[in-house]
Design a protein around this ligand. Sequence first.
Ligand SMILES: *[C@@H]1O[C@H](CO)[C@@H](O)[C@H](O)[C@H]1NC(C)=O
Ligand SMILES: *[C@@H]1O[C@H](CO)[C@@H](O)[C@H](O)[C@H]1NC(C)=O
Ligand SMILES: *[C@@H]1O[C@H](CO)[C@@H](O)[C@H](O)[C@H]1NC(C)=O
Ligand SMILES: *[C@@H]1O[C@H](CO)[C@@H](O)[C@H](O)[C@H]1NC(C)=O
Ligand SMILES: *[C@@H]1O[C@H](CO)[C@@H](O)[C@H](O)[C@H]1NC(C)=O
Ligand SMILES: *[C@@H]1O[C@H](CO)[C@@H](O)[C@H](O)[C@H]1NC(C)=O
Ligand SMILES: *[C@@H]1O[C@H](CO)[C@@H](O)[C@H](O)[C@H]1NC(C)=O
Ligand SMILES: *[C@@H]1O[C@H](CO)[C@@H](O)[C@H](O)[C@H]1NC(C)=O
Ligand SMILES: *[C@@H]1O[C@H](CO)[C@@H](O)[C@H](O)[C@H]1NC(C)=O
Ligand SMILES: *[C@@H]1O[C@H](CO)[C@@H](O)[C@H](O)[C@H]1NC(C)=O
Ligand SMILES: *[C@@H]1O[C@H](CO)[C@@H](O)[C@H](O)[C@H]1NC(C)=O
Length: 396
Amino acid sequence: MTKFHFLLSDLMFIRNFMVSYAMIVRNLTTDQPALLAFKHQIIDPQNILANSWTTNNSVCNWVGVSCAAKHPRVGVLDLFNMGLTGTIPPQLGNLSFLVSRNLSHNNFHDHFPRELGRLSRLKLIDLSFNFLNGEIPSWFGRLDKVLHLNLRNNNLTGVIPPSIANLSNLENLDLNHNLIHGNIPHEISKFLNLKILRLASNQLSGSIPAVIYNISSLRMISVASNNLFGSLPKHICECKNLQGLQLSTNRFNGSIPRNIGSLTKLRTLFLYDINLEGEIPQDIRNLQKLEIFDVGRNNLSVDASLINFLVPFTSNVYVIIFLISGDLTFAGQIPLRIDECMNLQKLYLDDNRLNGSIPKSIGNLTRLTYLYLGENNLKGKTFAFDIFFLSVNNRD
Ligand SMILES: *[C@@H]1O[C@H](CO)[C@@H](O)[C@H](O)[C@H]1NC(C)=O
Ligand SMILES: *[C@@H]1O[C@H](CO)[C@@H](O)[C@H](O)[C@H]1NC(C)=O
Ligand SMILES: *[C@@H]1O[C@H](CO)[C@@H](O)[C@H](O)[C@H]1NC(C)=O
Ligand SMILES: *[C@@H]1O[C@H](CO)[C@@H](O)[C@H](O)[C@H]1NC(C)=O
Ligand SMILES: *[C@@H]1O[C@H](CO)[C@@H](O)[C@H](O)[C@H]1NC(C)=O
Ligand SMILES: *[C@@H]1O[C@H](CO)[C@@H](O)[C@H](O)[C@H]1NC(C)=O
Ligand SMILES: *[C@@H]1O[C@H](CO)[C@@H](O)[C@H](O)[C@H]1NC(C)=O
Ligand SMILES: *[C@@H]1O[C@H](CO)[C@@H](O)[C@H](O)[C@H]1NC(C)=O
Ligand SMILES: *[C@@H]1O[C@H](CO)[C@@H](O)[C@H](O)[C@H]1NC(C)=O
Ligand SMILES: *[C@@H]1O[C@H](CO)[C@@H](O)[C@H](O)[C@H]1NC(C)=O
Ligand SMILES: *[C@@H]1O[C@H](CO)[C@@H](O)[C@H](O)[C@H]1NC(C)=O
């Protein structure tokens, strides 16, 4: 009985040993050579990998490497901001247990090796701030567990591949500052959990697919500085969680959607230079959380009753920046009690048709650092400001 027991634990020991031996063999024969190939193929100017990524040290202890809890396999590769230079070697496609890869803020150049399409466990990909070029490969569609895809600030060309629709779990897509052209694919509507969509500073054209505004999880839509056209939707009503809407510098037309005021969580609204006409809707008063309001360089008018429209924001401590600038035909006077916007940091009211005098209470805005009042019909002396930038030259 005892003897048998003994034998059983012996067997258990041998079995456990075999399992760990198999795993050691596997991590040695896949992840280690893959990472060593990576090390040998790149320039590591700060010698960060040189002393750590060596065979006398377990892969799981290498700088920037973390292993999965259950398997002795590399799960996380965090090699950001190390000045690493070179191409991404195809051997990285062998890290089949990789869940998270952050190689941002380096000097990786050239294109994505297709072997990376094998990394089907990936949830987080951050290759932002590198020098990658070429197209976003359609095999990205195979990485269907990805939640977070950040490729911003590279030199990526081509179109957004429709296969991206396969990434149905995507929460954050950031392609800002690349050279991507073509349309925003309708497939984006498949991202039912999308929170952040950043496509700004590319060469996208066409109109924004209206389906985008139906993704109720969205918190940020940023498509500024592209060649997008078409009118803004008459109703932006489904994305109730939207905190940022950044459409500036495109070629839209039409007017500000009537019900913009229903986006009550909105904090930033950038509608600068997009060829808008018509009146600023009264509903804008509902945007109590607004921090940045930029409708400059359009052909908008303001209803007389909205002249004091700064005031609804005044008691709101969250208001920090309020921008109105450009060709906005904003007539009337600066509200006397503007100092109630206690957190105001920037006030751009230049190039409007303001008249009357500059209220002295502006001097009470202790956080104000930018004040643009030029090109109006304002009268009266200016007085002591402790302001970083001041532009108050007026027409008369
Ligand atoms: C591993 O070996 C290298 C020389 O090959 C040595 O510089 C390094 O200190 C060693 N690292 C460890 C952890 O023993
Ligand atoms: C392989 O995995 C085992 C089990 O987690 C670990 O103890 C060992 O250090 C790993 N070997 C290498 C070279 O990474
Ligand atoms: C690692 O990747 C290379 C290139 O993709 C491949 O040729 C090689 O067979 C892979 N090695 C292992 C152990 O999987
Ligand atoms: C990747 O690393 C950078 C630099 O530390 C960091 O700012 C960024 O948030 C990381 N990416 C993700 C997705 O965590
Ligand atoms: C993009 O390419 C241009 C020249 O082709 C280069 O000057 C620029 O630095 C590159 N930018 C990035 C982010 O790779
Ligand atoms: C989409 O994902 C499925 C599996 O989820 C896969 O079979 C298919 O090849 C993927 N499509 C593309 C275009 O990658
Ligand atoms: C948005 O959703 C509503 C109701 O769910 C639907 O009636 C409408 O057609 C959708 N709009 C678009 C552009 O898909
Ligand atoms: C907006 O421009 C498109 C052409 O790009 C035109 O068909 C449409 O009528 C314009 N809409 C408005 C409201 O001006
Ligand atoms: C501005 O809009 C008005 C109508 O509101 C129109 O008469 C005028 O031509 C527009 N100006 C420009 C420069 O488009
Ligand atoms: C400001 O201009 C309006 C017309 O645009 C005029 O009715 C009003 O009297 C002016 N106010 C001052 C103080 O000059
Ligand atoms: C500044 O604020 C104080 C307190 O709210 C007020 O008494 C004073 O009149 C204000 N100064 C000006 C110039 O409005």
